[in-house]
Design a protein around this ligand. Structure first.
Ligand SMILES: C[S@@+](CC[C@H](N)C(=O)[O-])C[C@H]1O[C@@H](n2cnc3c(N)ncnc32)[C@H](O)[C@@H]1O
Length: 234
C-alpha cells in the first residue's frame, strides 16, 4: 500500500469525500489516505493528525516524499486537538475501534462546527459510533461493508440532519447498520453468521452458569441473538 495504491478499505473511505473538501484525517499513520485523496483530486488541503511518534514521523516523511508539504499539514496531537475551529469541512477517522472513534469525536465536538461530513471506519464496535452519531445530531447517510485480507470492515458516512431518519427498528439497526441491513450483501451475511455462531457458543458455555454475573451475561447474549435472528428472518 502507498499513496497511489491504497487498500480497498481506505479507498472506500476516500470515495465518500466530497470533491474539493478540506480534510482532517485523524490517526493518519503513514498519511496514505490524505496523499491519495489529494493526488486523485478529492481534496484541496488536508491535516494529517497523529498522536504517536513513529506514525507521526512516517506521515511527515510520506508527505515530503510526495512533495505535498504545502497542502498536507502533518500535526502531532490527540484526536481533533490538531485542528483549529473552522479549519476543515470533512473528517476521516479509520482503522480504530468504535469506542476510540467515539471518544475522539466527543472530545473534539467543538472542532466540528464547520464540518459537513464525517467518514468513519471502525474496525470493531460500529454500533458505538452509530449511537454517538445519533446522540449528537449527525445523520447516518450511507454505509458500506467490505472484506479485505480476511477482515470485515464497515464504513459509516454522516452529515448533520435528522439522526433518526435512517432507522425503522432503532435498537437492532444500531447494531447491524440500517443501510447494511437493507442491502444484505454477502459480506454482511457472513459477518452476522459468524457473530451469531459466537453468541451461540458463549450461551452454550454458560448453560450451567450459576453466578449472577454469568447468568446476566448469558441473558444478554440470548436477547441479542433473538433480536438479530428476528431482524434477519423478516
Ligand atoms: C491502526 S492505525 C490506522 C491508520 C489509518 N488511519 C488506517 O486506517 O490505515 C491507527 C492510528 O491511529 C493513531 N491514533 C490512535 N489514537 C489516536 C488519537 N487519539 N489521536 C490521533 N491519532 C490516534 C495511532 O497512533 C495509529 O497510527
Amino acid at each position: 500500500m502507498n499513496e497511489l495504491q491504497l487498500s480497498k478499505r481506505l479507498q472506500t473511505v476516500v470515495s465518500f469525500i466530497p470533491k474539493g473538501s478540506v480534510l482532517a484525517d485523524i490517526g493518519s499513520d503513514h498519511a496514505y489516505l490524505p496523499c491519495y485523496a489529494y493526488l486523485h483530486g478529492y481534496i484541496t488541503k488536508a491535516i494529517a493528525g497523529e498522536v504517536a511518534d513513529g506514525p507521526f514521523r512516517s506521515a511527515k516523511q510520506q508527505v515530503e516524499k510526495c512533495g505535498l508539504s504545502r497542502v498536507i499539514s502533518v500535526r502531532k496531537g490527540d484526536g481533533l486537538q490538531v485542528v483549529a475551529p473552522n479549519e476543515v469541512n470533512c473528517v476521516t477517522i479509520a482503522g480504530m475501534g468504535g469506542t476510540l472513534i467515539s471518544n475522539i469525536l466527543e472530545a473534539g465536538k467543538g472542532k466540528l462546527t464547520a464540518v459537513k461530513r464525517l467518514i468513519l471506519q471502525p474496525n470493531v464496535g460500529a454500533h458505538i459510533v452509530r449511537r454517538w452519531l445519533l446522540e449528537n445530531e449527525w445523520e447516518l447517510i450511507d454505509e458500506r461493508i467490505l472484506e479485505e485480507d480476511g477482515q470485515i470492515y464497515e464504513v459509516l458516512v454522516a452529515e448533520r440532519g435528522n439522526p433518526y431518519r435512517p432507522y425503522t427498528q432503532l435498537h437492532v439497526e444500531l447494531l447491524l447498520g440500517p443501510f447494511l441491513l437493507k442491502e444484505r450483501n454477502d459480506v454482511f451475511e457472513k459477518k452476522w453468521a459468524l457473530e451469531m455462531k459466537h453468541w451461540r457458543d458463549v450461551i452454550e458455555q454458560l448453560k450451567h452458569a450459576k453466578t449472577e454475573e454469568a447468568m446476566k451475561k448469558k441473558q444478554q447474549f440470548v436477547e441479542t441473538l433473538h433480536m438479530v435472528e428476528e431482524a434477519l428472518n423478516r
